[in-house]
Design a protein around this ligand. Structure first.
Ligand code: IPE
Ligand code: IPE
Ligand code: MG
Length: 250
């Protein structure tokens, strides 16, 4: 069925509420052009702008973008410091557009480990868009799914230790409430997860929240991805039958 996706059009009444994207392939995009890897990251930043506006225009409620993982520190120092500067450039040039589109910025991950200038850019973007109540643009920055679960378990354990919570009351809901996506409430779990660049793995992204997400993998490299690619992924999503373990009522 998915082969026919070009002939099927997007149903504007069934847009996924929460889309999460593993933005991958910047380095390969640059390499193909005989450019340094960081040129791919720069172009990838422009893609973030285009895709964020496209998602907001389509009526997506939350767009979560994997920007830097807890494992990405393993890269050469020069690349890491370029990636750390990117949010500064991104927010400086893009916050007015975000405000114009009523987009609210959120960030999840251990931001305390980011350079001071990056932390400030992130805080300013969150403050400057605090009154927006349209789409939430949620950046995963120094984020790792296992790190997130470890932190949640620690927090829950200390609540049990102090008597605030009984171990018998630990539930899926309690765990969700201690994850970094907790502020998203009922929108915390992505409906659709997209990964670009042809890789088919999670790379430590949203391990708990994707339990019932639909996955779309595309060979396009992140800098080549655009609003039309997003629409194609949504069309694929709309052709799926989500069952959540049950049966489809016919
Ligand atoms: C994704 O592109 C961006 C980050 C992980 C920060 P990559 O830098 O991973 O690009 P490839 O996978 O090497 O092509
Ligand atoms: C995942 O991409 C992290 C981000 C997109 C930020 P990677 O390129 O780091 O993942 P691996 O190393 O190929 O699994
Ligand atoms: Mg990669």
């Amino acid at each position: 069925m998915e082969k026919d996706q070009n002939r099927v059009s997007l149903d504007p009444s069934r847009i996924p509420n929460h889309i999460a994207i593993i933005m991958d392939g910047n380095g390969r995009w640059a390499k193909k052009r005989h450019l340094p890897r960081v040129a791919g990251h720069k172009e990838g930043m422009n893609t973030v702008k285009k895709v964020a506006i496209a998602a907001s225009d389509l009526g997506v409620k939350v767009l979560t973008l994997y920007a830097f993982s807890t494992e990405n520190w393993k890269r050469p120092q020069k690349e890491v410091s370029y990636l750390m500067q990117l949010p500064i450039r991104f927010f400086k040039t893009f916050v007015p557009d975000l405000v114009k589109h009523n987009v609210k910025v959120m960030v999840m991950g251990d931001t305390s480990q980011l350079p001071e200038g990056t932390q400030k850019a992130v805080k300013d973007a969150i403050n400057d868009t605090a009154d927006c109540d349209g789409m939430i643009l949620n950046f995963a920055l120094n984020y790792g799914g296992r790190d997130e679960i470890v932190r949640a378990v620690k927090a829950i354990a200390s609540e049990v230790e102090s008597g605030k919570l009984s171990s018998q009351d630990v539930s899926g809901t309690v765990i969700s409430q201690h994850l970094m996506t907790a502020p998203l409430g009922r929108l915390a779990d992505p409906d659709l997860l997209i990964r670009t660049s042809g890789e088919m793995r999670l790379s430590n992204f949203l391990l708990w929240q994707i339990a019932y997400s639909e996955f779309v993998f595309t060979d396009e490299l992140w800098p080549d991805f655009d609003g039309q690619s997003l629409e194609k992924a949504i069309i694929q999503f709309q052709q799926r039958h989500r069952r959540f373990g049950g049966l489809i009522n016919k």
